[in-house]
Design a protein around this ligand. Sequence first.
Ligand code: NDP
Length: 384
Amino acid sequence: MRRISVFGATGSIGQNTLDLIAREPERYAVVALTGSSNVARLAEDAIRLRAEVAVTADESRLGELRDALAGTGIEAAAGQGALEEAADRPTDWCMSAIVGAAGLVPGLRALRHGGTLALANKESLVCAGPLLMAEARAHGARVLPVDSEHSAVFQALADNDPAAVEKIVITASGGGLRDWPLERLATATPDEAGSHPNWDMGTRITIDSASMFNKAMELIETHEYFGTPPGGIEAVIHPQSIVHALVQFRDGALMAHLGAPDMRHAIGYALHWPERRDLPVERVDLAALGRLDFAAPDPARYPALALARGVIAGGGLRGAAFNAAKEAALDLFIARAIAFTDMAGCVETTLDEMERSGCLDAATITLDMVLDTDREARARTRVP
Ligand code: NDP
């Protein structure tokens, strides 16, 4: 039996992960499940999957979690320290699916067991890619991508020599506001930006998809994961979300990964790797689809992409500042303090201010530097 933990078990990725695990319970011993506000779901899943420990990040919910687990023999814990303690419990496979920079430290701790970290939490790679990868190397652990585009790149690369790669192309649906006239975008509400034509995801990532901050994060993620230089990474709009990524090799061959827009593809691939096992996902019917469309993203509609290219080119602590400023700007938009179209400007102002103060340059980054940069960028990101 494989010992596994799921961080962010109550979220969209977490629930899809548990769906796959629950289909073959004889294969897995569940160590830790974690959540935050959704204590009822956390407790129910911990009981259903016989977890050793259930942890809520929200300390004020500990009593509620304890009550829900009373008499089951499952440990209940709460808070940041408890999340870290849960990550310290040895596993063979751990899903990192907490949303935001809060996922970084548990992921780093889980790598110390030398097993597999299935990484959905893209923020970890964006704010501390070199640190995360160095930790994995130091402990003989493997980081497998769970973002659908990066799982697709990983699969399209297969056993090819990475030096033979000319370009990596990741696709973007363009989000829920793709067809809105540019001048109307400023009026978009969080509800409008938070509904997606193809993917069923958490609210924050759905809004990031509409602004393409999600794709911007993924450009940085591609660089951190595969070592691709900024000029070798491209994002294209593909409204059908069937082709997830393509790898172009130096001989001009373009290898694409196709699949239905269902996160259980990428989660299942990371769960079963290096095997391929049956997955309960819809099969793509090309004849029924009829066509696949691609278009270059309009830089005026998606200014986040240019910001990400600057982050990749500059390196150092720019990823940590970008991620934190992006999260803070998203909070302001969700709170209706700024317009949808103000988010990119807020992030750019924070990056410019921090650039001028010279605090983003670093040849080697440490966890403390990343956490300090995160705090400072959040504090600086405000209503213009
Ligand atoms: P959700 O918002 O659906 O779930 C987030 C999870 O994190 C929940 O379990 C939530 O608990 C928990 N959580 C929230 N805040 C904290 C905190 N401060 N500390 C610890 N745990 C916390 O997000 P998604 O599942 O959509 O996304 C998870 C990660 O995966 C993100 O990094 C996202 O970018 C990435 N990703 C998601 C994809 C998707 O299709 N959804 C696709 C590719 C990547 P609770 O719900 O109980 O409050």
